[in-house]
Design a protein around this ligand. Sequence first.
Ligand code: EPZ
Length: 421
Amino acid sequence: MDKIVITGGRKLKGDIEISGAKNAALPIMAAALLTDEESVIENVPDLRDIQTMIRLLRSLGVKALYDHGRVLVRPGKSLKPIASYKLVSTMRASVCVLGPLLARMGEAQVSLPGGCVIGPRPIDLHLKGLEALGAQIEVQHGYVNARAIKKLKGNDIYLGGAFGSSVLATANVMMAAVLARGVTTIENAACEPEIVDLARFLKKMGAKIAGEGSPSIEIEGVKKLKGVRYGIIPDRIEAGTYMVASAMAGGDVNIRQVEPSHQNALIDKFREAGIRVDKMKTSIRIRRSGRLKPVDVATLSYPGFPTDLQAQMMALMTVTPGISVITEKIYPDRFMHVSELNRMGARIFLEGPSAIVHGVKRLSGAPVMASDLRASAALVIAGLVAEGTTEVQRVYHLDRGYEKLEIKLSSLGASVHREKE
Ligand code: EPZ
């Protein structure tokens, strides 16, 4: 298995380009099932999760392929509506084929995703929403069996849970509702940019949707959708990760091909921490030379601070003089990076869903590993300033969500390379 080897101490300088958003591409690839016609999805990053989704679509009897940033999906007249445990257990986002399969085929059998290293991740809101549209749902032998005896019918649905709105539950219900009879209103819908991107894709296919990006989405069902060509938005989490890396290492970095308004929560915290941020039309420039100031961060659903940047932000706080508090409000157990960062010399104490981070003068390089994508990214970021060499193992986690990570960081002057173990 490969590892990423980082020698700390170099400042970053130059330009990098951000790839298309993984978390927008995955549900949009599932939404392409809503027609029998071919769709072409562009600006799709070359990642392991995208390949997993292609394998899943193929297992449903769909022609699907990836070629140089483009995904072609040709579903044809009939789909095999079964998503197996083998595929769903390797990638939770597979659950977003449930809505489209139910809408198109009137039935779906999708494996329950099961446990996840970032904590419990139930799908009760997905099922509640689909039931409200008239689906009969049974959970048996580890599978969700959903059936629409009659055609799905629009309804008013409240989709909030104990931790707020749900991104993929909103996506699933939206995808089922576009072909249902009548009008569906989703209240407490997720406002994430990936939901807006999905709505735009569906509208291009011929769906009638209003209110995307707000907590109240209205969908008027249509009879049929068509295949389209569509370009995915930039990955705000990848962009945020490079913003944090640039602030951590210091220097002057221009991050291109981004949507700056998607980064407002991070930019706000950066300014509080004394990091210079310039927003341009499609790029963000990060400059840091002086001392960092401690900040407190609480993760929230969009437009709040993203949970997917919590680990990276924590890496930055480890070398910020003073005490910073990071509270995780989406996944209260998402802290597996803490013990690994502490192995590198950080001083982080966990108090329930909060991490108290005492800034240290320096980190020291070490062999580390994490079992989650964003936690692994945080360790790479820590390695950029650690004395000596840091080896981040289990690189397959990074390959799920970061395209050409070591190449992009090296182009900014970091000493980072991939090694075969
Ligand atoms: C999406 O997961 C992202 N994944 C995650 O990205 C991200 O961390 C998460 O949203 C939160 O922003 C994709 O888009 C593919 P949720 P999702 O349903 O939709 C609770 C990454 O690193 N909940 O919005 O599955 C849940 O437990 C990742 O790229 C219920 O209670 O997350 C959590 O506390 C990992 N019942 C909260 O809601 C449900 O039925 C938000 O989760 C569903 C969720």
